[in-house]
Design a protein around this ligand. Structure first.
Ligand SMILES: Cc1cc2nc3c(=O)[nH]c(=O)nc-3n(C[C@H](O)[C@H](O)[C@H](O)COP(=O)(O)OP(=O)(O)OC[C@H]3O[C@@H](n4cnc5c(N)ncnc54)[C@H](O)[C@@H]3O)c2cc1C
Length: 439
C-alpha cells in the first residue's frame, strides 16, 4: 500500500535545503529518500488521540506531519477497532470544534441515566442527566465511527501531511530539532525532522522510551471482555456500571437500541467466557447483570484487552510531548481514557498555536505539563481508586461500599460532583472544549 501525502496549504513546509515540500523526490505519490524536511509538529500515532490532535491543528498555520502505522480502515487498526467509547460532554464539544462530531452524532447513543450497583447488595446509585441540568452525561459511539469521522476530515485537512501505513522506527531528540526515521509499508525508508515530536503512539509508546521517559505499569490482573449484545427491549439511554465479585461490568447503550458490554474479569475467567458459545455467554452475563435491561438475546464478536495502569513519569522532554495512552493508559471502568487523552490533545493544540516562535521550545512544553497536571492526576486517581475500592474483598468493605452508594444516591452535591466528571477534573479548560476556535 502506498502512503497518503497531503501537501501543506497554509504554511509552506521547507526542507533543510530550502526547497518546498512536495517538490522533490515524490514518486507515485510517495516521497523516496528525499532531503530532510522540517515540520513544526510530527505526531507519531494517528489513533483516536493523535488523529484528533492533527485535526485540531489543521488550518492553524502550523506544518504538521501525522504518521500512522496501520491504515485507519484496516481490521488490524488497534485504536479504531470493535470497541465503543463513552464520550463525555467536554469530548463532544472538542469533537464538534474540530469538525468531527457531525459524522459521529447519527451513530451515537445519548447517556441520560447512569445506574451504579454492587452485585448481590442493596445499595445502588442513579444519576439522571435532567436532574443535573444537562441533556446527557455523554454519548456512546463505536471506535470505528470515530475513526472514520476523524480520518475522512484529515484526508483533505489544510496543513496536514499524512504518512500511512508508515511506522516511526527511530526518534532522535536534539536540542534544536527532532529527527525521525520512518519506514513505509513497502519498506521504503524516509527521514524527516520536526521542531516537536508528539507521542500519540499508545500505551507501549516507543517515542516515550526514545525521550528517556520512564513509565510505571501496574497490572490489575484483569482482562476486559468486550461484546455488543441485544436485549429483548430497546434501552432508554441508561448506562449501567455493576461491580461484580469477578470485576466491574459496564453495559452501555448503543445508537441502534442494543448495548455494548465491557466486563473486567480475572484472566482465567475471561478465557473461559471467550471460549463459551453465544448462548452460554449470554446466560452467564444475565446471571451476573440481572434483568434491568431485559433479556439478552443476541451478541456480536467478542474481543479482550488485558488491563493495566500505565503512567508516564513525565509528559514532556526535550522536543517531545506525550498525550493520550502514551502519557497514561487507564482501566476502562470509568470510561475516562480517551476523554482525558482528547483533553490532552485539545490543550496541546491550543498551546502550540499560541506559541510565538518555536513550538518545541521548553516554555510551551512546560506550560502543557503544568496545565494538564490536575486533570491528569484527578482522572488517574479517580479511576484507579474505583477499581481498588470495588475490588476490595476485605470483610466489611462491601457494606461500606453499599452504604456509600446509598448515601450517594440521596446526596445531590455528591451526584453533581460525579456528573462533572464528564467535563474534566479541573485545571484550565481547553478552548476547544468550550467551543472556541483556535484559528
Ligand atoms: C475495553 C476498553 C474500553 C474503553 N472504553 C473507553 C470509554 O468508554 N471512554 C474512554 O474515554 N476511553 C475508553 N477506553 C480507553 C481508550 O480506548 C484509549 O484511551 C484510547 O484508545 C487511547 O487512544 P490513543 O490514540 O492515545 O492510543 P491508541 O488507541 O493506542 O493508538 C495509538 C496509535 O498509534 C499507532 N502507532 C503505535 N506505534 C506507532 C509507530 N511506531 N509508528 C506509527 N504509528 C504507531 C497505532 O497503530 C495506533 O493507531 C477504553 C479502553 C479499553 C481497553
Amino acid at each position: 500500500m502506498s502512503s497518503v501525502s497531503v501537501p501543506s496549504a497554509d504554511r509552506t513546509v521547507r526542507d533543510q535545503t530550502g526547497s518546498r515540500a512536495g517538490e522533490t523526490g515524490v514518486s507515485g505519490g510517495r516521497r523516496v529518500n528525499e532531503a530532510l524536511k522540517t515540520f513544526d509538529v510530527a505526531i507519531v500515532g494517528g489513533g483516536m488521540v493523535g488523529a484528533s490532535l492533527a485535526l485540531a491543528l489543521s488550518g492553524t498555520g502550523l506544518a504538521v506531519l501525522l504518521i500512522e502505522g496501520v491504515a485507519p480502515d484496516s481490521d488490524a487498526q488497534p485504536s479504531f477497532d470493535d470497541r465503543t467509547t463513552a464520550l463525555g460532554n467536554a469530548s463532544r464539544r472538542i469533537l464538534q470544534s474540530i469538525g468531527a462530531w457531525d459524522a459521529i452524532a447519527p451513530y451515537a447513543a445519548a447517556i441520560r441515566t447512569i445506574h451504579v450497583s454492587d452485585a448481590g447488595r442493596f445499595g445502588f446509585a442513579r444519576l439522571r442527566a435532567e436532574e443535573q441540568g444537562v441533556e446527557a452525561f455523554g454519548y456512546v459511539a463505536a471506535n470505528r465511527v470515530i475513526g472514520r469521522a476523524l480520518w475522512s476530515k484529515l484526508r483533505d485537512a489544510p496543513g496536514i501531511e499524512i504518512r500511512v501505513p508508515v511506522r516511526t522506527e527511530r526518534v532522535e531528540l536534539a536540542p534544536d530539532l527532532a529527527r525521525l526515521d520512518l519506514v513505509h509499508g513497502d519498506g521504503t525508508p524516509e527521514r524527516v525532522s520536526a521542531r516537536l515530536v508528539v507521542a500519540a503512539d499508545g500505551a507501549h509508546s516507543a517515542v516515550r522510551a526514545a525521550a528517556g521517559i520512564g513509565a510505571r505499569v501496574e497490572d490489575y490482573g484483569q482482562v476486559a471482555v468486550v461484546a455488543n449484545v441485544a436485549a429483548d427491549r430497546p434501552h432508554d439511554g441508561t448506562a449501567f456500571e455493576r461491580f461484580t465479585s469477578s470485576g466491574p461490568l459496564a453495559v452501555l447503550p448503543l445508537h441502534d437500541g442494543s448495548y455494548t458490554v465491557v466486563w473486567a474479569l480475572t484472566p482465567q475467567r475471561a478465557a473461559e467466557m471467550l471460549a463459551l458459545d453465544a448462548a452460554s455467554f449470554l446466560r452467564e452475563l444475565q446471571g451476573r447483570f440481572g434483568w434491568r435491561a431485559g433479556r439478552f438475546v443476541r451478541m456480536g464478536r467478542r474481543a479482550s484487552y488485558p488491563l493495566k495502569l500505565t503512567r508516564a513519569e513525565h509528559t514532556v522532554a526535550q522536543r517531545a510531548v506525550l498525550i493520550g495512552n502514551a502519557a497514561q493508559a487507564l482501566h476502562p471502568v470509568a470510561g475516562q481514557g480517551f476523554n482525558l487523552g482528547l483533553r490532552d490533545a485539545a490543550m496541546l493544540a491550543e498551546i502550540l498555536v499560541d506559541a510565538r516562535e518555536d513550538v518545541g521550545a521548553a516554555e510551551p512544553l512546560a506550560r502543557f505539563a503544568e496545565w494538564r497536571q490536575t486533570d491528569r492526576r484527578g482522572v488517574i486517581s479517580f479511576t484507579d481508586g474505583l477499581v481498588k475500592l470495588f475490588g476490595d474483598t476485605r470483610p466489611g468493605m462491601s457494606f461500606v461500599r453499599n452504604l456509600g452508594l446509598l448515601l450517594f444516591d440521596l446526596t445531590p452535591p455528591a451526584k453533581s460532583a460525579l456528573a462533572r466528571v464528564s467535563l474534566g477534573f479541573g485545571g484550565p479548560s481547553p478552548r476547544l472544549a468550550r467551543g472556541l476556535s483556535l484559528r
